[in-house]
Design a protein. Structure first.
Length: 296
């Protein structure tokens, strides 16, 4: 039987106030381990404040401030007060929330801890009367390393914007007879002869094509289109092509589903398609527009 174990380890580090006198030499911590956090979740970091001889320290009456900085730029990214588990034995923690770390790029950062003594002015304001560095080892290292390792839930890819449309005249699809005095066309009429009267023939638009990612898709893959109409009146069709080339010809497209511009905000279609596009045909009285479509 294949099993996979998971662990709930505390993200904990010991920090030191080496200002105690005398400094005991029976224990010397050479270095501290790097911290590792992830996006899309809250990250709790537990802190244990100790003296140079490994005894816990009472931090009552002081506040530990956590500072997160860029490793190369030294720009201050985040600063927040640590919370208290038990201040009499120097046990504190800081929580880097999902919203605080969501926009951090993967890579290494630096962090520090400063112990402040504060004088209260009123219910919301205070004055810092003293600051003291908190070390991460007995070598007086005051800056630690923190790694943002990635997103536990994966990254959401941005939607593809479809907002470019090309206009075509379908001379083989008359809406009705040309008006009086205009000679009728001999159907079928070639599409290149667009200098003649066209107002009574079907005018349609096709969007830029989007990649359906057939290498990643299956026959049940879901494709979602979100539509932004502005008082548009006409026929809207989602089309697909399985042509392996990058420029499908006119005959390579098939209608997948129709969209009601008066009722549909989005449309889901399934299938494995090499290419997808939108075709819309406005009615002769249309005064609106298809502004854009978002695809994912």
């Amino acid at each position: 039987m294949l099993t996979s174990s998971v662990y709930l380890y505390p993200n904990k580090i010991d920090v030191f106030t080496l200002a105690t006198s005398p400094i005991q030499e029976r224990y010397r911590r050479v270095y501290n381990h790097n911290l590792k956090i992830y996006r899309s979740t809250d990250n709790r970091i537990d802190l244990q404040v100790r003296s140079a001889d490994q005894k816990t320290v009472n931090v009552s009456g002081t506040t530990l401030v956590f500072n997160l900085m860029g490793a190369e730029t030294q720009n201050l990214i985040l600063q927040k007060d640590c919370l208290v588990d038990d201040e009499t034995i120097g046990r504190l923690y800081v929580v880097l929330t999902e919203s605080e770390v969501q926009n951090l790029e993967e890579g290494f950062y630096e962090f520090s801890l400063v112990q402040e003594t504060r004088e209260t002015i009123n219910s919301t304001d205070y004055r810092v009367t003293s600051k003291r560095i908190v070390y991460f080892d007995s070598q007086y290292g005051g800056i630690g390393k923190l790694e943002v390792a990635g997103n536990l839930q994966g990254e959401a890819s941005p939607s593809v914007v479809i907002d470019t449309f090309s206009r075509f005249i379908d001379y083989d699809s008359p809406i009705n007879n040309p008006p009086s005095g205009t000679p009728p066309f001999n159907l079928p009429r070639p599409n290149y002869a667009q200098n003649a009267y066209t107002a009574e023939y079907s005018e349609y638009y096709t969007s830029n094509i989007v990649d359906g990612n057939p290498n990643l898709a299956t026959v049940n893959s879901l494709h979602t289109f979100q539509f932004y109409f502005d008082n548009y009146d006409g026929e809207v069709v989602i089309q697909g092509s399985i042509n392996p080339g990058a420029s499908p010809a006119a005959g390579d497209w098939v209608d997948i589903d129709t969209v009601d511009p008066r009722a549909d905000v989005y449309k889901n279609v399934t299938g494995k398609w090499n290419w997808l596009r939108i075709k819309h045909t406005p009615v002769s009285t249309n005064i609106g527009s298809v502004d854009k479509i978002l695809y994912r």
